[in-house]
Each structure stands twice: as C-alpha cells, then as structure tokens.
Design a protein around this ligand. Structure first.
Ligand code: URA
Length: 240
C-alpha cells in the first residue's frame, strides 16, 4: 500500500498547501487514527483515518479533466442561486469525484478549463508566481488599430496597476459590422483581465474564448465537451 507523508496527503486532499499543512500538524490540529500527531515525518496510507480539527480528510484517487466550457455556466462547484456549474456538466457525464475548477472563466466566456480533485496541483497552478501562459480569442467592438495593439502589448492600467507584457495579434476585422477578432496571450490571471484590457483601449469584448492554458488546449474538443487528461498531460502539469 502506498505510504506518503501526512502533509502531502493533506495537500492532495485540498486542506491547504504542503507548507500550511505542516503548520497545522505541528500546531496540533491533526490526528491519525484518533491519535494526535505533531511530527512532520509521519507517513500514512489510504487506510489511515486522518482528521483535521476533527474533520475527516476526503482522500480520493486524483482525477483530471479538461472541459471546453460553454457560455452560461458558472465556474464553481456549486452556485447559491442554483445556476448550472461546470461541475454539473461533468457530473451529468458520470463523474462522481469531488472535483472543482482550477481558476475561473466568466459566465459568458467559453474555452479551456481544468477540473480536478488534486488539491496540491490546483494550489500550485493557481499560484501567481507560476505566470502560466494563457491565450484568448476575443471578438471586440470597433476596429482595432496598431496603436491599440501596441498598448495591449506593453501594458494598460487596470484597477490602478499596469498589466504585464502581453502578446496580441489581430486575426481579422469586419469593417461592415465594425468588430475585430484578436488573439491575446497573457501571463497573469487578474479578475476579468482580458475584458478590462480591451475596455481600457476602447474596445469592449463581445465574445471571449480561452484557446489554451499552459499545455492544455481545445484541439479535438467541441464546445461543451470534456475529456480526461492524458498521462503525459498530467505529468507535464506536475513537472511545472
Ligand atoms: N479574462 C476575462 O475578462 N474573462 C475571463 O473569463 C477570462 C479572462
């Protein structure tokens, strides 16, 4: 039976990062099979009963899914207002693990979204220091100029802070309907970042899709569909 360090098992179950789990252990919050443990070299297997402040650790096999998120669903595990969530989509397809989305896409944004129950990997990927490259395609109002593209490239101020260097590329313009299609690669994940960036240069977003998130992309995955990640994709994410 696979034995692993207690703090690793806690991080994998999504309790907290490995470092924060170590703190919980030494501060006396954690019991294994009913006995308080305060040592960091404790190893546990899946048959050991671990509790944190009396709450049992949910230890499932890690599962990883890629969803091409459709419009009109919430990026969350549940919604107080009863709206459909990305997790509902996978549940309808038979997934029973307690997965949740890694990062977020707006209600009306489509595209690449990773879902997993691997808390350690999720914590890692969401950490701002990773600066994972994300590519979006936006349909925006108006005709984008070279000057607008330069501004997007060098950074625009949103919420009082300049965005980091980005990579915009004009894909097409429709002069008749006065809209432009732009691909934009960014390395940050600030709240509503892409919509705010385009708004800052005077071109509000009408439609937004995330084409890729790091190594994950939409190839072969139609809108609203999902698939399990392949072993090489999981390994690549873990190696980051
Ligand atoms: N930027 C946005 O504005 N919205 C998203 O959903 C993703 C990135």
């Amino acid at each position: 039976m696979k034995m692993e360090r207690l703090q690793k098992a806690m991080a994998e179950a999504g309790v907290a990062s490995r470092r924060a789990s170590e703190k919980l252990i030494v501060e006396g919050h954690v019991k294994v099979n009913g006995k308080l443990v305060a040592e960091l070299d404790t190893k546990v297997s899946s048959s050991d009963q671990v509790t944190v402040d009396g709450v049992p650790l949910e230890r499932e096999q890690p599962e990883y899914y890629l969803l091409n998120k459709p419009r009109g669903v919430i990026t969350s595990a549940h919604d107080e207002r009863g709206r459909k969530t990305v997790v509902d989509i996978l549940k309808e397809g038979g997934v029973t693990a307690r997965i949740y989305p890694v990062g977020r896409l707006d209600y009306d944004t489509t595209g690449v979204l990773l879902l997993t129950n691997d808390g350690a990997l999720a914590n890692k990927l969401m950490h701002p220091s990773f600066e994972i490259e994300k590519t979006y395609v936006a349909k925006v109002k108006g005709l984008i100029s070279n000057h607008d593209l330069e501004q997007l490239r060098h950074g625009v101020v949103i919420d009082g802070k300049r965005t980091k260097e980005a990579n915009p590329k004009l894909l097409s313009v429709d002069k008749q309907h006065r809209v432009s299609i732009v691909r934009l690669t960014i390395h940050e994940g600030r709240y509503h970042q892409v919509k705010k960036m385009f708004k800052a240069v005077g071109h509000p977003v009408e439609k937004l899709t995330r084409e890729s998130d790091g190594i994950l992309n939409l190839k072969g995955l139609p809108g609203g569909q999902w698939r399990e990640l392949k072993m090489d994709e999981i390994n690549a994410l873990k190696k980051l």
